[in-house]
Write a protein that binds this ligand. Sequence first.
Ligand SMILES: NC(=O)c1ccc[n+]([C@@H]2O[C@H](COP(=O)([O-])OP(=O)(O)OC[C@H]3O[C@@H](n4cnc5c(N)ncnc54)[C@H](OP(=O)(O)O)[C@@H]3O)[C@@H](O)[C@H]2O)c1
Length: 325
Amino acid sequence: MKAITIPTPGDPDALVLADVPDPEPGPGEVLVEVAAAGVNRADLQQRIGVYPPPPGAPEYPGLEVSGTIAAVGSGVTGWSVGDRVCALLAGGGYAEKVAVPAGQLLPVPSGISLVEAAALPEVVCTVWSNVFMTANLLPGQTLLVHGGSSGIGTMAIQLAREVGAHVAVTAGSAGKLEACQALGAEILVNYKEQDFVEELDRATAGHGADVILDNMGAKYLARNVQALATNGRLVIIGFQGGVKAELDLSVLMRKRGAVISTGLRARPLEEKAAIVAAVREHVWPLVEAGRVKPVVHRTFPLAQAPDAHRELDAGTHIGKVLLTV
Ligand SMILES: NC(=O)c1ccc[n+]([C@@H]2O[C@H](COP(=O)([O-])OP(=O)(O)OC[C@H]3O[C@@H](n4cnc5c(N)ncnc54)[C@H](OP(=O)(O)O)[C@@H]3O)[C@@H](O)[C@H]2O)c1
C-alpha cells in the first residue's frame, strides 16, 4: 500500500509518499481501507520529530480515519467487512489501509459523508473525555475554550452548547470569532487585542469559567487559574505556549480549583474503548440528529500531505483539514 512516511523529520516536505507493507489486523483488530484521514496539530509535532508514536503504534502519522472495513481479525464481534466506519488511532492514518483495535471504531453517522466522518473521532473523543468525563461541565456552567476556531475548539463549542452550557472562546481574528459565534459561542475574546481574564470577568459578572479547555499550557497557566470560577477545572491538552511555568498556588487554593492535563494518544486500549463507547452513546445521537456537525475547512489528496501541513502551519484554517485517499 501507499503511506506517508517521515524518512527525516523536518519541514512539510519531510512527508514522503512511499510504498510500504500492508498492515495485518491482529486479534481484536479490523483492517480499514481508508477514505480520508484527519490532520491534527500533533501530526505537525511528529513530522518535526518531537512527538514520536507510542510503543506498538504504526510509525506513520495520522490519528483518525474514515473508511470501509476490509478484513476482520479474530475475536472481533459486531463489525463486518463492508461496514462504513471512522476510527480513533494511535498512528498510521496517512495511509491506504490501517489496522484498528475494534474498541476504537465508530459507525459513520447517518447524514455524514464517508470523507467528513474522518473529521470526527479525534476531536469528539478529546472534547468528550476532557470537558465532560473528566471536568464534568454541567448545564448552565461556563466553558472557556482557547483556540475556539481550531478543530478541537469548533467541536467543544458545539458540544457545550448542546448540553446547555455557556461558551467563551479566544481566537486571533474577528473572522474566526464570528465562526465561533455561529457555532454557539457567546463570549468572544480576540486574544491579540483583549485580555481574556478581564473579558470573562466582565461577561460573567465576576463568576469566571467553570471549565477551561486549554491548548496553550505554560503561557496561559497563571491567567487561566485567575479566570477560573470557584471550584473551576482547568484542563490542559496542548503546550503551544510551552511546558514550564510558575503558579501562585494560593490563587488555586482560594478558588478550590483543579488543574488537570491529559493526552489521548498514549492511553491504554481499555480507556480509549471506554471513551469511544461514551462518545457513541452521548455524542453520536447529536451528530445523527444534525445538531452537531464536523467543521471541515479543506481537503487535500494524500499525496499532497505537505500542502495540508503547510495549511495547518499557516493557521488560517477554521475547523479541520483532511486528506483523502
Ligand atoms: N491532549 C490531547 O489528547 C489532545 C488531542 C487533540 C488535540 N490536542 C491539542 O489541542 C490543540 C488544538 O488541536 P487542533 O488539532 O484542533 O489544532 P489547530 O486546529 O491547529 O488549532 C490550533 C489553535 O491554536 C490557537 N492559538 C494559537 N495561539 C493562541 C493563543 N495565544 N491563544 C489562544 N489560542 C491560540 C489557534 O488560534 P488562532 O488561529 O485564532 O490564532 C488555533 O485555533 C493543540 O494544542 C493540540 O495539540 C490535544
